[in-house]
Design a protein around this ligand. Structure first.
Ligand code: SAM
Length: 289
């Protein structure tokens, strides 16, 4: 269970898709002033050093964030990709990118004065790093709570949020095959308490049956509960035996205009990240905005 360390994967193509989609959702949600509860059930360490032994062993960022640095002029007109990139550049002490922000950092940067942030991370080594990172960032007035708990089990404790507005990121590693079922069970319990929440679920696109069936199961759940959904997937290379060539984000109750935002950023991400012209993307939704 504790073999997974996100440090091996930080800044890879899946993080790029996940983090740009997350920031796009937050940007759209911030158009309303009502406070938001932001929950990250699988937070990771918060910040990653792309020069450390984890990142240097896998070199996955080379096919993700570091690929974007090669062609910034290609996306400078797209505010979603550009804002994400500028935010990352702002973290660096030198022109080269060596620090990569995880979802807790991005959520923290997007917080407004009245928003609340709840971060959960179960790994006994990553939790103290997350705590140290967030303690350096957090100001006294910010309502942020970090817990070394099972995010699947703990989520419902925060729902519904007092303001009745909230975004939940569910981002397990799926190295434990039980994670697919756990996401569905967690969503059912969460939606029973807070049906209008925005739920962002990251998933790997793999040929293995449980992974392949997962988006269909999410769709069935949304249909049964009469919820709107949006699915965004990005492939950067053909299916490979060992490793990840594509991933997806499933958004329940997608914010208004998310589809338009992704219709503009995903084709660019395909162009920027694909290897040997073998990339693709797809966006599907049942929303009728
Ligand atoms: N959300 C992070 C980001 O985008 O930067 C990456 C998270 S990583 C994919 C998944 C994390 O979940 C790992 O750090 C792992 O230790 C943690 N984890 C695994 N099982 C968990 C559980 N039941 N509850 C909370 N965290 C868990």
């Amino acid at each position: 269970m504790f073999s997974y360390r996100h440090g091996f994967h930080a800044g890879n193509h899946a993080d790029v898709l996940k983090h740009i989609t997350l920031l796009s959702c937050l940007k759209l949600l911030h158009k309303k002033e009502t406070p938001l509860m932001l929950v990250d059930t699988h937070a990771g360490a918060g910040l990653y050093d792309l020069q450390d032994r984890f990142a240097q062993t896998s070199l996955e960022a080379n096919e993700g964030i570091l690929q974007l640095t090669k062609n910034p002029s290609l996306f400078s007109a797209n505010s979603d990709i550009n804002d994400y990139f500028e935010l990352i550049l702002g973290l660096q002490s030198s022109p080269a990118i060596h620090i990569y922000p995880g979802s807790p950092y991005l959520l923290w940067r997007s917080m407004r004065a009245l928003d609340k942030l709840r971060l959960m991370e179960l790994h006994p080594s990553d939790f103290p790093v997350l705590k140290e990172n967030m303690e350096q960032l957090k100001t006294k007035r910010q309502d942020i709570k970090l817990e070394m708990v099972d995010g699947f089990a703990m989520l419902k404790a925060y729902l519904p949020p007092p303001s009745r507005r909230g975004l939940v990121l569910i981002d397990p590693s799926y190295e434990d095959k039980g994670d697919y079922r756990a996401v569905l069970n967690t969503l059912e319990a969460a939606i029973a308490r807070f049906a209008t929440g925005i739920y962002c679920i990251w998933y790997p696109v793999l040929t293995r049956l449980d992974a392949k069936e997962f988006p269909n199961r999410l769709k069935k759940l949304c249909q049964e509960l009469n919820l709107s959904w949006l699915k965004a997937e990005l492939r950067i290379k053909p299916v490979i035996e060992d490793g990840l060539s594509a991933s997806g984000m499933w958004i329940i109750n997608p914010p208004w205009q998310l589809e338009e935002s992704l219709e503009s950023s995903l084709p660019l991400l395909q162009t920027l990240l694909q290897i040997n012209a073998s990339g693709s993307y797809l966006i599907e939704t049942n929303s009728s905005f």
